[in-house]
Design a protein around this ligand. Sequence first.
Ligand SMILES: Nc1ncnc2c1ncn2[C@@H]1O[C@H](COP(=O)(O)OP(=O)(O)O)[C@@H](O)[C@H]1O
Ligand SMILES: [Mg+2]
Length: 280
Amino acid sequence: MLGRKIGEGGNSDVFEWGNNNRIIKLAKPNTTMFALEREFRNSLIVWKMGLSVPQPYEVVEVENRPGIVFERIHGEPLKERLFKGFMQHVHGGQSNFDWNDIRNTARLISEVHQFSHGGIPTQREFLKKQILSVDYLREDEKKAVINRLDQLPIKNQICHGDPNPNNILMSNGRPILIDWNDTTNGNPESDLAEFVIMIRFAVLPTDTPQEVINGFDSLREEIINIFVEEYTLHTGTRYKEIEPWIVPIAARKLSADAISDEEKRLLVNEIRIRLRDHEK
Ligand SMILES: Nc1ncnc2c1ncn2[C@@H]1O[C@H](COP(=O)(O)OP(=O)(O)O)[C@@H](O)[C@H]1O
Ligand SMILES: [Mg+2]
């Protein structure tokens, strides 16, 4: 039943499964059956809401690895499309960079945020646990981050938790959100902070062509602006409301396995600058 490998993330390897319409997401050793069952429940909830997500079918175990069977999305990760766009941007102006990908993604995320559901974990506790588990910050720094988090008002909206361009599949111009592993009920600004931090600080792998790196560097802030502009259009939420979420979300990101040490050093630096500025 296990077919060709078609994808990989920080927590899983993804394979074709059965016919052409299903895939299986098999956990890497860093991911437990407990975490996978949570992801399955979250995915089922958002799928039943009619959001643009793959249908989850079942949790199974294959070769002693827990897995989730999902509907297969025939599309391309937004990351691939962005990379192609960066390359073209460097070679011949902006015309080939598809800003609709960014705008459609912002709109989809604003749709997710319209919902709330009791079956999804509560964000504040989830974030605190992640922040406290981080090795890259001192204990007093983690306390200061949590203090800041405690001062933010609590909201109860579904947040994807990891809206990075590997978790957005583009199918005929339509974005589809996958990977509902870090999903919580909480403050939507957290998802926006995730996106902003990722675009601003992402360190591309060392084998990335230099022109892609240059293209990305020249477009980072524009991508953020267009994304937030579109989100504001649908929700009224503005960039300045995202600002207080940069420190706690950057701290949370230090607990992720999927990002490099170099990127983590940039995040630690940003957190320290922002904590210090606050003390003045
Ligand atoms: N339903 C799906 N249809 C097609 N490809 C998928 C699907 N789910 C995941 N993939 C591919 O597998 C990769 C990893 O999946 P993801 O759920 O993000 O795993 P992780 O939790 O390890 O990040 C994705 O970037 C995508 O390329
Ligand atoms: Mg992923």
